[in-house]
Design a protein around this ligand. Structure first.
Ligand code: ATP
Length: 477
């Protein structure tokens, strides 16, 4: 499993999807850069989300709020006081751990040893102590289980402390407390503080939604698993404002719709499930995660939360500005309730890549075998849609191929290549997930037709040059 994951990380680097940030300086922990194909794939997932959410819903509009926000925003939202994780340091190894991750690690060790019951009991006990914030008992739990699980022979731990995950910076030149700003840890608050601006300017009537994509920052204590848990990442969030009392109906609707969205990108049903939150956040009256089965287990990709009127109410309280909506249908003013769908773009990217990756053995006609690495990425979001190959560099074939390129590149991303044997060119496109390759050969000069090769089936057929654009467009929209 660890192997599979390492293979994907290496593939992502070798083929220009994801690089460690500032790699020439040995990288920056849990920060990554997206390369030529990665930035295309990421943009395509974002655009696909944006289109599904806004263009396809008459009652959802977009927003692009700033990363910097007035510091009171984060007092009102509760992030200053409670956006923190309990952590503990091991004094011998100088390693810092998130308490829940550490204890879950012990539980995994116990499960490996065949002591599943004890592992479950440990996690249950941890959850109870975390809920009570009983840090002394949690520390005892760590000390005793650390020895039992033989993670490290030491019992030399610090006390458990709360660690706020927000990054701080300063605005302007005078460094006093009033100048402290936070890098937003979620995009949602930009939507809440703009609720009335959007509602009035776009003349929205409840129920309606506001969608936004953008960077968020969290100083994760232990950042691991590649782009699964990053310190700088991107969210795609939508807040849907509804009449109080109708929120649970909308919660169910959005659950169904969001799962269908994942499946429309080719994630198989058995690879995802809903995980209801057992312990609800104080502001929520229902919450569920959509989890994807990575090689390291089922993990959260998206959260769907019924957040009641908590956020708008708090902003009303802290700003002194009314956050009420007048509902002409029932002739009443109220603070709307909110259903939120919040998905990590980078995590979706990782799920897409993990799901797409296949090392295939190919049985050839002459009885021998060959192999290829192929990314089965949905044509809707693949970085390159069409690769165009003249069979040879001469006899006017490149001219015909470049004519096709000039025509097609206005409509979608193409790739032109005239070097190397055709087989090798196909393999390179397979490895970055290009769904279609066309080859221009000598016959093309006679009949104005080209050979199109389909990535997944590797089947080939002759099509007219005049039909290329139409065929590709039908697959990518
Ligand atoms: P986790 O429990 O994994 O820390 P969370 O429950 O704190 O996640 P939310 O606050 O609900 O996450 O954020 C919404 C989405 O943002 C998550 O479903 C996830 O896809 C994404 N996300 C959150 N933290 C990170 C991170 N550090 N790196 C990448 N994506 C993240």
């Amino acid at each position: 499993q660890e192997n599979t994951f390492q293979t994907i990380i290496s593939h992502a680097k070798e083929y220009g999807f994801v690089f460690p940030s500032s790699e020439i300086y040995d990288g920056l922990s849990a920060v990554y850069d997206y390369g030529p194909y990665g930035s295309e794939l990421k943009k395509n997932i974002r655009d696909y989300w944006w289109k599904s959410m806004t263009q396809m819903h008459d009652n959802i509009v977009g927003l692009d709020a700033a990363i910097f926000m007035h510091p009171t925003t984060w007092k009102a939202s509760g992030h200053v006081d409670s956006f923190s994780d309990p952590m503990i340091d091991n004094k011998d190894s100088n390693k810092r751990y998130r308490v829940d991750h550490l204890i879950e690690g012990f539980a995994d060790k116990l499960t490996e040893k065949g002591e599943k019951e004890r592992a479950d009991k440990l996690v249950e006990e941890m959850n109870q102590l975390l809920a009570k914030e009983d840090f002394a008992s949690l520390k005892d739990l760590i000390v005793t289980n650390n020895i039992k699980c033989e993670v490290s022979g030491t019992t030399n731990w610090t006390d458990i402390r709360q660690f706020n995950l927000m990054f701080k910076t300063e605005i302007g030149s005078v460094a006093d407390a009033t100048n402290t700003l936070y890098l937003r840890p979620e995009t949602a608050q930009g939507i809440f503080v703009n609720f009335l601006n959007v509602q009035k300017s776009a003349r929205m009537k409840i129920p309606f939604g506001i969608a936004q994509t953008g960077k968020a920052f969290r100083n994760e204590i232990v950042a691991r698993q590649f782009i699964f848990r990053m310190r700088e990442f991107e969210q795609m969030e939508m807040q849907f404002f509804v009449r109080p009392g109708t929120e649970l109906e909308w919660f169910e609707k959005w659950k169904t719709e969001r799962l269908a969205w994942h499946q429309s990108l080719g994630i198989p049903a058995e690879k995802e499930h809903f995980l209801p939150h057992i312990k609800l956040a104080h502001y929520a009256n229902a919450a569920v995660d959509i989890e994807y089965e990575f090689s390291f287990g089922f993990k959260e990709l998206e959260g769907i939360h019924s957040r009641t009127d908590f956020d708008l109410k708090r902003h009303q309280e802290f700003s002194g500005k009314k956050m009420m909506y007048f509902d002409p249908e029932i002739n009443q003013s109220y603070i709307p309730y909110v259903i939120e769908t919040s998905i990590g773009l980078d995590r979706m990217f990782l799920a897409i890549l993990s799901n797409a990756y296949e090392e295939q053995t190919i049985n050839k006609e002459d009885g021998s075998t060959d192999s290829r690495v192929v990314l089965h990425i949905s044509p809707k979001i693949s970085p390159i849609k069409l690769a165009i190959f003249p069979l040879t560099k001469k006899d006017g074939l490149p001219e015909i191929a470049k004519g096709i390129l000039d025509d097609c590149k206005r409509s979608f991303r193409c790739y032109y290549e005239e070097k190397d044997a055709i087989g090798k060119r196909y393999r390179r496109q397979d490895a970055i997930g290009t769904p279609f390759c066309i080859t221009i050969d000598h016959q093309t000069k006679e009949d104005n037709m080209v050979t199109i090769r389909h990535r997944d089936s590797m089947t080939q057929e002759r099509i007219a040059i005049a039909d290329i654009k139409k065929i590709i467009l039908a697959e990518i929209i």
